[in-house]
Design a protein around this ligand. Structure first.
Ligand code: GDP
Length: 274
């Protein structure tokens, strides 16, 4: 028999139980029914594989009608904010995914303050949410705040470029920044290790606050703790975006095909984090 405040009518009547022990189920049912909103921003100079990675992360084609600019057009291009929204469903759980893209960022010859339209956009979303929350009808507020920003760092440099430092410093108080080393297949493992170390040092030196994984509970099992440690140690993640579905060991997987072999994407691009 239950010791709670609910009236337990025995096992046959499990469904009629009305105590607070059903609270987790109610919360679960409600959130699944409502679905989740997630807004992800991607930033970094063009050609670093942002669209490819987003498509491989969510297994959709979010950039169907993208227009690529030529070099001449890019010289005068200002930073734009473009939103792509898609509804995804996985095992009955709905996600309204919004990808906020920042074409033109870091592409100009003079990149002074090119992060300004991006910080303005983030601030506007906070203000809008604050206004909606202070209003009368708070039931159906559309949350457009940016939850996370994937920042792509070029694999071809010796660490962070000045524009990377400026961007992250301008945004680190407003959004969770996850720095990524783009196109990691262009580097060999020792180069990746060196670049990661350099980036970590520079992040420290410039006082940039990147997203920190939450502490894992002390009562978690050892395997989980180990996984958590490895994940924290491997930041900034080195990523590879998949552009095709390839046949590997008799299975069809998303990956990249090279003359010398295949990089497998397992089930998501995160698994490719080195
Ligand atoms: P974006 O401008 O940052 O959105 O870059 P795209 O996603 O359009 O990618 C630009 C080019 O880089 C395309 O030809 C992609 O196929 C290629 N690419 C994307 N991701 C990777 C990667 O992880 N490794 C390599 N080697 N090439 C990539």
């Amino acid at each position: 028999a239950s010791l709670g405040t609910g009236c337990d009518l025995g096992e046959d009547h499990e469904k009629q139980y009305v105590g607070f022990a059903t609270l987790p189920n109610q919360v679960h049912r409600k959130s699944v029914k409502k679905g989740f909103d997630f807004t992800l921003m991607v930033a970094g100079e063009s050609g670093l594989g942002k669209s490819t990675l987003v498509n491989s992360l969510f297994l959709t084609d979010l950039y169907k009608d993208r227009k690529l600019l030529n070099a001449e057009e890019r010289i005068n291009q200002t930073v734009e904010i473009v939103k792509h929204t898609v509804d995804i469903e996985e095992k009955g759980v709905k996600l309204k995914l919004t990808i906020v893209d920042t074409p033109g960022f870091g592409d100009a010859v003079n990149n002074t303050e090119c992060w300004k339209p991006i910080t303005d956009y983030i601030d506007q979303q906070f203000e809008q949410y604050f206004r909606d929350e202070s209003g009368l009808n708070r039931k159906n507020i559309q949350d457009n705040r940016v939850h996370c920003c994937l920042y792509f760092i070029s694999p071809f440099g010796h660490g962070l470029r000045p524009v990377d430092v400026e961007f992250m410093k301008a945004l680190h108080e407003k959004v969770n920044i996850v720095p990524l080393i783009a196109k990691a297949d262009c580097l060999i493992p020792s180069e990746i290790r060196k670049l990661k170390e350099r980036i970590r040092e520079e992040i420290d030196k410039f006082g940039i606050k990147v997203y920190q994984f939450p502490e894992c509970d002390s009562d978690e099992d050892e395997e989980f703790k180990q996984q958590d440690r490895e994940l924290k140690e491997s930041a900034p993640f080195a990523v590879i975006g998949s552009n095709t579905v390839v046949e590997a060991k008799g299975q069809r997987v998303r990956g990249r095909l090279y003359p010398w072999g295949i990089v497998e994407g397992k089930c998501s691009a995160w698994k490719l984090a080195l």
